[in-house]
Ligand binder design. Sequence first.
Ligand SMILES: *Cc1c(COP(=O)(O)O)cnc(C)c1O
Length: 398
Amino acid sequence: MTDFAWTRDQFDLPEGMIYLNGNSLGPMPKASVPAMTRFLNDEWRTELIKGWNTKNWFMQTNTLGDRVGAMIGAPAGTTVVGDTLSIKVFQAVAAGMALVPDRKVILSDNGNFPTDLYMVEGLMKLKDAGHELRTPDPEDVMDGITEEVGVVMITEVDYRTGRRHDMKAIIDKAHSVGAVVVWDLAHSAGAVPVDVAGCDTDFAIGCTYKYLNGGPGAPAFIHVAERLLDRVEPVLSGWYGHEAPFAFDTDYRPMPNKIERMRIGTPSIASFVLLEGALDIWDKVDMNDLHAKSIELSELFIQEVEARCPGLTLVSPRDPQARGSHVSFAFEHGYAAMQALIAANVIGDFRAPNVMRFGITPLFTTEDDIRAAVDTLETILKEERYKEEQFQKRSLVT
Ligand SMILES: *Cc1c(COP(=O)(O)O)cnc(C)c1O
């Protein structure tokens, strides 16, 4: 059994704060400070350029990729970390399009995170080859998978409602019509059990600063099915994906049959240090234990909010198996109420037009936290504190 008291103790949360936003930015592990100090003193300062060899900086894309991969059911050698998720969307969808050159339809849904859709728009414009992006309602995705479709690009867990797509069913249907699948795990990795190899996805991508707690701007990841590694097109053909980066050839030759071909260029090693520290905690966590605990805490949260906070309407699926690990409520004064909550040191966030979103993260959140958070929310609603002038102003980031 995972020891959640131990995992909680690994994080340095500010005194008195109840943090229900680990779905957006995970908190800092205590180990981050010594790890970063060690990196600065014993790696960058002392090793300088030698560090690429002596400290294995050059292959951390892969060693950390394998560790993230293990959390999503990817075999070793099929996942690398680096860049940002928006870039990974571009890279994976472009590679998917190259696998089915005769098909012009890319299928997503209108609940997808906008950057995924924006990146595909930019990609289609760049290719200028008559592609079309379809975004039906999430419930209609299965019906939209037809023989016209080349790439199915789906985010498993909806960033607003937490609604979870049926990964296996979508992939099976896509494959049955000859389409390839890009699966976005931004709100799944570290939140729910995922088995990319078991579901036989073609591509999986995601970020490590949300549930994985890698820190702001932590690297993204990309997984490519083993069966595609010899022919997947590295559209962002940077030198890190070259067969022999240090041959400095003027022509690009992708690394044959290896995930290295999805690497692009020099990554931030400092951010790798932070990710590594976070993954050390995940080594001690069983994903099924985590999921069970997430459901327990989420059910408690929903029950308490519905009993004590009139005016808030659950917009997440009621069936815990159909949810990721965040819970959202619609509320007319959602933005201001969230600002009032944050001022009272209960941190969630807001998504337009009216969604109050709460991340449920068992690594550091307890039942007492959940009850105390609802106490605070109840008081804010009773006293109509969300009407105060100070909570009306919209910040740059919500
Ligand atoms: C968080 C998130 C992103 C963010 O992309 P970045 O490039 O890391 O800013 C993209 N897609 C989804 C589905 C997300 O949830």
